[in-house]
Design a protein around this ligand. Structure first.
Ligand SMILES: C[S@@+](CC[C@H](N)C(=O)[O-])C[C@H]1O[C@@H](n2cnc3c(N)ncnc32)[C@H](O)[C@@H]1O
Length: 240
């Protein structure tokens, strides 16, 4: 484990579901107490799952009944900030399992004065499977998930059938799931699973993968790949 990895709530190949409260209690102990995370009105932008009744009441989390979108693995957080600024009538929740990233994004959100972003420090599988109410999200974004390009590591990829089934539970009918990746066979694998599931339809036409989505925010990884001339693959599915 690297220094940054130490203190994660779980490695992707070990945690699928688990005792949320105890794992989150561990997380809370390690969040840096000096993290900038409070908006001027006293709202904490980091949602500590161990302190909230589950399933998570998103109206309470956002202080409004606004539609909520989830970003999985926000990294440095520029995408969620861009989307939140462009859509002030929506709530944007991000789940990230690297502690330092959550802390840094929290500081960025507060400094930018953006009030419609909340962050959770957790494994996305725990949040989606155990913590979110059914049909509670209008959109889910997964931008450049860890690629696990080697054939023998593919089973570690997050966007696989069991997790996609959990996503189908939390996305409202008509809501969407968008994934962007530089790894073509990851995109193809996800398209295959979603086409088979029978609970989603491709927004762009059966099994279609596109290289760009108009009006979609940009991430650090996307910018880097485009600068290097690397092809990007986007898919978007609507929940039936
Ligand atoms: C390759 S980075 C991409 C970051 C950002 N989305 C971008 O495009 O610049 C993948 C991110 O997903 C996070 N991540 C990976 N697996 C996760 C999981 N199971 N739960 C939550 N976050 C996860 C990683 O910590 C990392 O921040």
């Amino acid at each position: 484990m690297t220094g940054e990895d130490a203190g994660q709530p779980g490695r992707p190949d070990r945690i699928v579901t688990g005792p949320v409260r105890s794992s989150e209690r561990r997380c809370r102990k390690r969040l840096d107490p000096d993290t900038v995370r409070t908006l001027p009105d006293g709202t904490d932008v980091i949602v500590d799952l161990s302190e909230w009744p589950l399933p998570l009441g998103l109206e309470k989390v956002f202080g409004s009944a606004a539609p909520v979108a989830l970003e999985i693995g926000p990294g440095k957080g520029e995408f969620i900030l861009e989307m939140a600024k462009a859509n002030p009538g929506m709530g944007f929740l991000a789940v990230e399992y690297k502690r330092t990233r959550v802390e840094r994004i929290g500081g960025r959100v507060v400094r930018a004065g953006v009030t419609n972003v909340r962050l959770t420090w957790s494994d996305a599988r725990i949040l989606v499977t155990d913590c979110l109410p059914p049909a509670s999200l209008v959109a889910v974004y997964m931008n450049f998930p860890d690629p696990w390009p080697k054939r023998r590591h593919r089973r570690r990829r997050l966007a696989q059938a069991p997790f996609l089934e959990s996503l189908a539970r939390v996305v409202v009918p008509g809501g969407t799931f968008t994934l962007g990746t530089d790894v073509e066979d990851y995109a193809t694998q996800v398209v295959g699973a979603l086409e088979l599931a029978g609970t989603w339809e491709n927004v762009f036409g059966r099994a279609r993968i596109v290289d760009r989505i108009e009006g979609y925010g940009t991430t650090h990884f996307e910018r880097r790949f485009r600068e290097q001339g690397v092809a990007i693959h986007f898919l978007r599915y609507r929940r039936l």
